[in-house]
Design a protein around this ligand. Structure first.
Ligand code: AMP
Ligand code: GLY
Length: 426
């Protein structure tokens, strides 16, 4: 079967690498892709916002499955366009992608279904929000309703900061995403990412991971898209995972179906493990980046068969899907300046040396300048290790990092610290 993979980051490189190992794959195409993805796929210059062009390409190349990596095309309804043309797509329809695209939509669904989450209120008016704020304690969480590339969340420690965040959002600092906001109760606990695959009916767990959102060691500095991740997140014990499935994920999938917008794809639940049990922080309608990279390192099965079963509503036939017992850990090498304005064009060398040292290097923001690989984005490389446990995976990943020459780049040196500290204390 021919497959088209959409996206250009480290998540998509990991998906391309795994799809390329599927026995049923004939040819993999990727748009727009990156130089790492090009090792496993033929890159095509398709504008993925032009649905008619994507459909025409799929017909021409007899594409049997389109795998949609990032959230923007999902929220824009590319899944609907593909399915309407009879082309199986991995990723939810536009209505169902509201689980990521509108924080207020998800909070209302949680409230209706009694799904554990932070207390909240939605606002479309600045003055109402400023006075509504008074009902919340401190710290308080202010969120732009729509997609804001992971940046639309402000945790305010003081009411002055909260006021300023509300003013900012209504004044357009996140564009249309901030035309509506959600004010939320602040939850305390440790965070874990939990993934489930669903075709709208069957729901199966697909592993856990822990991301590192802050830019600096020791979880300091501004939020990013994620500076590294490991899997499994042992803090999400089998009991807590079962609780998250029963109280959060399954009721969501059932409610979406009942509302006439069945959710098909991967449902990524950002969880806060509170003293009262797991609570939903947010949903994403796609794999996490860089969490996908560590999940793929632990998946030994046929990814194409799995994603196609989801897309065709045949997930129940597959039964449980297991990830290997081993651990995986990925370190994001970013360009200096990230998450502000990253330095573009910095030379990168040593990927072969990193791989010879046992790491696997996924490309995120890279591009070829002639023969030279250069940085082309904030997050540039995902240097990944796998091993018997997180400590071994971490050692391999950092061996890889140390083999890479990327003078205009940087990374955190402590990815996996929470897990390693827990082990020491055991
Ligand atoms: P989100 O984009 O919704 O995942 O939020 C980004 C980050 O903000 C999360 O990973 C949490 O670290 C933090 N966060 C979001 N909502 C809350 C909340 N209600 N309580 C505490 N932290 C939160
Ligand atoms: N790593 C966080 C995300 O993909 O949203």
């Amino acid at each position: 079967m021919n497959v088209l993979l959409l996206g250009s980051g480290g998540r998509e490189h990991a998906l391309a690498w795994k799809l390329a190992q599927s026995p049923s794959l004939t040819k993999l195409y990727a748009a727009p892709g990156n130089p790492g993805i090009a090792q496993s796929a033929e890159l095509v210059a398709l504008d993925i916002t032009d649905h008619a062009a994507v459909l025409a390409f799929c017909k021409d190349k007899r594409i049997g499955l389109v795998v949609i990596g990032p959230e923007a095309p999902l929220v824009a309804g590319l899944g609907n366009s593909l399915r309407a043309a009879g082309i199986p797509a991995f990723g939810p329809d536009k209505d169902a992608a509201q689980l990521e695209g509108s924080k207020g939509f998800t909070k209302d669904l949680c409230a209706r279904e009694n799904i554990p989450t932070a207390g909240y209120k939605r606002f479309t008016d600045k003055q109402a929000a400023l006075s509504g704020l008074k009902a919340f304690g401190l710290p308080v969480v202010i969120k732009a309703d729509g997609l804001a590339a992971g940046k639309g969340v402000i945790i305010a420690e003081t009411s002055a900061d909260a006021d300023a965040a509300i003013e900012d959002m209504f004044d357009g600092s996140f564009g249309d995403a901030g035309a509506e906001i959600v004010i939320e109760e602040f939850l305390t606990g440790e965070e874990a990412s939990f993934f489930a695959l669903t075709d709208g009916e069957a729901v199966i767990p697909f592993g856990s991971a822990q991301d590192h959102k802050r830019v600096g060691d020791g979880d300091t500095g501004p939020n990013t898209g994620g500076m590294g991740a490991y899997s499994p997140a042992a803090i999400l014990t089998p009991e807590l995972e079962a609780q998250a499935m029963a109280e959060i994920v399954i009721p969501t999938v059932r409610a979406m179906k009942a509302a006439g917008m069945p959710y098909s794809g991967v449902l990524y639940a950002g969880l806060m493990l509170t003293a009262q049990g797991p609570k939903l922080i947010e949903y994403n309608a796609r794999f996490g980046d860089p969490e996908c990279q560590v999940l793929m390192m632990r998946f030994d099965g046929d990814l194409l068969a799995l994603l196609l079963a989801v897309a065709e509503g045949r997930l129940a036939e597959l039964g449980a899907v297991t990830l290997a017992d081993r651990a995986a850990l990925t370190v994001v090498m970013a360009a200096k300046g990230y998450p502000g304005t990253p330095e573009k064009g910095g030379a990168i060398a040593g990927i072969d040396a990193a791989e010879a040292a046992g790491a696997r290097v996924f490309h995120a923001g890279t591009r070829l300048d002639g023969d030279m690989l250069v940085a082309n984005g904030g997050r540039v490389l995902n240097v990944t290790g796998s091993g018997a446990d997180v400590a071994e995976a971490q050692a391999i990943a950092y061996r890889g990092v140390d083999a890479i020459e990327f003078p205009t780049g940087f990374c955190r040196r402590d990815i996996g610290w929470q897990e390693l500290r827990r082990r020491r204390n055991d």
